[in-house]
Design a protein around this ligand. Structure first.
Ligand code: UD1
Ligand code: UDP
Length: 376
């Protein structure tokens, strides 16, 4: 390893930012030389810039501006852009996050260039290969040198795919580090006031291709969401992916439906904290509602985060079952998690990841399997 090794983080889409911020901060406090490459997969100020401000992320050293397109177009642009920037900076380790196309492309580029990689949020599986993210997860995990798992179920999935357990570290969930960091600032009142919401409201986020890309799916979902809005006013910070299709399916602002632009990180979680109910198809929001103790109905047939169902407030529903499930949640009152929070969802995942990375950079042998099963 070089005298002063360099770590690069590849970020590109909204959910990457709260996962990376605690890792960057913790590496900084260990004096590790590092930089962020922003791929530009997400580029609207409300999908990107606002997170750098809210999470205190440093300016990227490069923004590749790859933007949107089909999977092939976007991934091709990512591969070309990332290869150039990685060759220019010659990092000793590249850290990737979650399951987005920027993550997949970074892993492929580094594998071909022989540059080691670390995957934060390894081992999540929905077992649904129609989801682009599931393909990205499997490829990313198979090519990573260091794998950081957020929940214990990931360990057996990775082992069953033949991944050497000595590479895998259970470290907890850095997205929850960000949530705990923001907690003192999470006050629903100013956002509620600004949006003109009543004190009792629900929040919905919807962006999965299976829910919003086809007119039929969008209509079924919108019909269900509108039924929920007859029970409780619903605020929907709309992801750009579904904006047009959901509007065509009838999701428009009305006295009980507040369709608004995406919210910044602190504003969004403030709103969630004060909500009586969250309806979502987001991955991260399932985790955040688990920790905030807010009832969450996830409109998906499966989840790669089953721990949010077993340890949290999350429940999977079909669009057809959503209105009745919402009605039950609203009449039962706030759901308190039955058990304690998932192991190591304690705000210390970033420091755990940084310690493993720093040891790895210094050539320490991280071999003992017992150590790798749980990194306390
Ligand atoms: C991506 C991730 C998904 C993640 C989501 C988080 C992949 C395959 N998918 O999905 O896992 O849950 O981000 O938000 O990587 N758009 C804008 N402005 C932007 C960004 C996107 O208008 O700043 C619009 C474009 O029309 C674009 C569409 O949203 O075509 C989809 O963007 P894309 O990054 O391809 O996928 P997401 O649906 O955002
Ligand atoms: N989020 C946000 N503003 C919004 C919607 C979501 O700040 O209007 C945050 C949310 O709190 C979480 C992250 O964005 O931290 C999740 O991103 P997203 O749902 O886009 O992606 P996923 O987790 O489904 O991959």
């Amino acid at each position: 390893m070089r005298e002063n090794p360099l770590v690069l983080h590849v970020l590109g889409a909204r959910p990457n930012f709260p996962k990376a911020a605690p890792v960057v901060r913790a590496l900084d406090s260990l004096g590790v030389r590092q930089g962020i490459i922003h791929t530009g997969q997400h580029y609207d100020a409300l999908m990107s810039d606002v997170f750098f401000a809210d999470l205190g992320l440093p300016e990227p050293i490069a923004n590749l501006g790859v933007g949107s397109g089909t999977h092939a177009q976007q991934t091709a642009a990512l591969l070309i852009g990332l290869e150039g920037v990685v060759l220019e900076h010659t990092p000793d380790l590249v850290v990737v996050y979650g399951d987005v196309n920027s993550t997949l492309a970074a892993i492929l580029v580094c594998a071909k260039l022989g540059i080691p990689t670390a995957h934060v949020e390894a081992g999540l599986r929905s077992f649904d290969r129609t989801m682009p993210e599931e393909v990205n997860r499997i490829v990313t995990d198979s090519l990573s040198e260091l794998l950081f798992a957020t929940s214990p179920d990931a360990l057996s999935y990775l082992a069953s795919e033949g991944i050497d357990p000595r590479k895998v570290h259970l470290v907890g969930n850095p997205m929850i580090d960000s949530l705990f960091g923001a907690l003192p600032a999470l006050d629903p009142s100013p956002v509620v006031k600004r949006l003109g919401l009543p004190p009792r409201y629900a929040v919905a986020t919807l962006h999965r291709p299976a829910n919003v890309d086809s007119p039929e799916a969008a209509r079924e979902l919108v019909d269900a969401v509108l039924e929920v809005s007859e029970q409780i006013p619903l605020v929907i910070p709309i992801h750009p992916r579904g904006r047009t299709r959901l509007a065509e399916a009838g999701l428009v602002t009305s006295p009980s439906v507040y369709v608004i632009d995406p919210l910044g990180y602190v504003d969004f979680l403030s709103l969630v904290r004060g909500a009586a109910l969250v309806v979502t198809d987001s991955g991260g929001v399932q985790e955040e509602t688990t920790v905030l103790g807010v009832p969450c109905l996830t409109v998906r047939p499966n989840t790669e985060r089953p721990i949010t169902v077993s340890h949290g407030t999350n429940r999977l529903v079909t669009p057809a079952l959503l209105p009745a499930a919402a009605s039950k949640v609203l009449s039962d009152g706030a759901a308190i998690p039955a058990e304690e929070l998932p192991v190591m969802w304690d705000g210390q995942a970033g420091p755990r990841i940084a310690r493993v990375i720093a040891s790895w950079l210094h050539g320490d042998n991280l071999a003992p399997a017992a150590h790798n099963r749980v990194t306390p």
